[in-house]
Design a protein around this ligand. Structure first.
Ligand SMILES: Cc1cc2nc3c(=O)[nH]c(=O)nc-3n(C[C@H](O)[C@H](O)[C@H](O)COP(=O)(O)O)c2cc1C
Length: 408
């Protein structure tokens, strides 16, 4: 039997991935006031390209300037400033790195004050505990749905023109596409709601339109939830159906994650203790999926040891290993893993001891984002950075409202 390890290359169409490690999307919040990529962002991606991953996926880039998810989001919705995106693509593709742009629309997951309004498939509010952070959303008209599909396709086309070697459509984590897929958030009675075949239509149309604009050879991936872990939400069975259809349509790579703002399972919160103890939260789901779907997979969330990564590849539960937080703290971690020199990464809890702050889990995101900003400024990360200092710095720079303005 062939031994598969993280060091082996992989091919998708004409694209060569020099190994099986993927830097998963992390929202950088580093755009300038016009939502364009900055020098800081390019420095960060140069560090990741040097860091050894075969594939680097950008943090979510918004397809519409009127639909931002959080402050500092990059937006790519016109060709007016393609040069800034070309510079970003050049930085991130150094060292034969594949660089894919993750493209997204937040739907109702818009932090209060960031955009004028929030839209969704249906006007379904957040759970009461989250309602004060998000404006109430309104349901999209059909003409608006068609316009958003066109915007996704346009961003895909522009990403290709700028030199990104692929795109990833963000259909996970409770954003707009994920809201369409979920029966809990999508109560529509027209062709966009109801049975899963209809709830899938929005994603299917986005993929088809992006494919038309980018041609048959351009790699297109989709990040999707194994489930959203909510009562009456998007289930594993529905996720399997959607992935099967995407496979049939010709999607090149699926990344498996899980959860939403209301259930942040993507970072391991709320997963069963037995799952949290095992490496990689969604591996069991992926392993079962592999029996039915041929499309290549990335599994992301919780990978921390070289042994765990190689074992997952060896048992064909996944084709790629997705890593986010380890690469925020150690941008060179992929190289160290490939050389067999990396220590196991342990995610320490980012906690201040202040109950109401820690319970939100938002500081964790700002702590990691601060590490990204250190890298973007050309500095080194600070793995020992105190959560309390991180909190102080955040509040000093942005006011206390900022703790309500981060999301994964
Ligand atoms: C600061 C931060 C920002 C994130 N932003 C995004 C994002 O823009 N898009 C996305 O799909 N996932 C995002 N994620 C989730 C990660 O891609 C990944 O799914 C999650 O962190 C689990 O992987 P890990 O255990 O290796 O960190 C973010 C995570 C963090 C920590």
């Amino acid at each position: 039997m062939t031994v598969v390890t993280i060091n082996q290359p992989f091919w998708i169409k004409q694209a060569v991935f020099k190994n099986r490690l993927v830097k998963s999307a992390m929202s950088e919040a580093m755009a300038d006031k016009n939502h364009l990529p900055t020098d800081k962002l390019c420095t960060l991606y140069e560090a990741w390209a040097k860091g050894g991953s075969g594939l680097v996926i950008t943090g979510n880039v918004m397809v519409d300037a009127k639909a931002l998810g959080e402050p500092g989001n990059v937006v790519l919705d016109s060709a007016d400033h393609l040069a800034e995106f070309q510079t970003w693509a050049e930085a991130g593709t150094k060292h034969n790195t594949q660089l894919w742009m993750q493209i997204n629309h937040p739907g109702k997951q818009v932090i209060k004050g960031v955009a004028e309004e929030a839209v969704a498939p249906s006007a379904v509010p957040f759970e009461p505990a989250l309602q004060r952070f998000f404006p109430m959303c309104r349901a999209l008209e059909e003409s608006e749905i068609l316009e958003i599909i066109r915007k996704f396709a346009r961003t895909a086309e522009l990403a290709k023109q700028a030199g990104f070697t692929g795109i990833q459509i963000h259909a996970a984590h409770g954003y707009l596409i994920s809201q369409f897929l979920s029966p809990r958030h999508n109560e529509r009675t027209d062709q966009w709601g109801g049975p899963i075949e209809n709830r899938f239509r929005f994603l299917r149309e986005i993929y088809t339109a992006a494919r038309e604009k980018t041609g048959p050879d351009f790699p297109i991936g989709v990040k999707i939830n194994s489930s959203d872990f909510m009562k009456a939400g998007f289930s594993e069975e529905e996720s399997r159906y959607v992935i099967g259809e995407l496979d049939r349509l010709g999607v090149d790579l699926i990344e498996i994650s899980g959860g939403t703002y209301e259930r942040p399972e993507m970072t391991g919160k709320g997963v069963r203790a037995s799952t949290a103890e095992r490496e990689a939260y969604f591996l069991e789901y992926a392993e079962a999926l592999k029996q039915h779907a041929d499309v290549p997979l990335i599994v992301t969330g919780g990978f921390r040891t070289l042994h765990g990564m190689n074992e997952a590849l060896q048992k064909h539960a996944t084709d790629f290993i997705g890593l986010a937080r380890p690469l925020a703290v150690y941008p060179d971690y992929a190289n160290q893993l490939l050389l067999g020199r990396a220590s196991d990464f342990s995610i320490k809890s980012i906690k201040t001891g202040i109950g109401f702050i820690d319970s939100k889990g938002i500081l964790e995101l700002t702590w990691y984002a601060q590490q990204l900003h250190r890298l973007g400024s050309g500095g080194r990360t600070k793995p020992s950075f105190s959560p309390l200092l991180s909190l102080g710095l955040t509040v000093w720079k942005n006011g206390k409202g900022v703790l309500e303005q981060r999301r994964a």
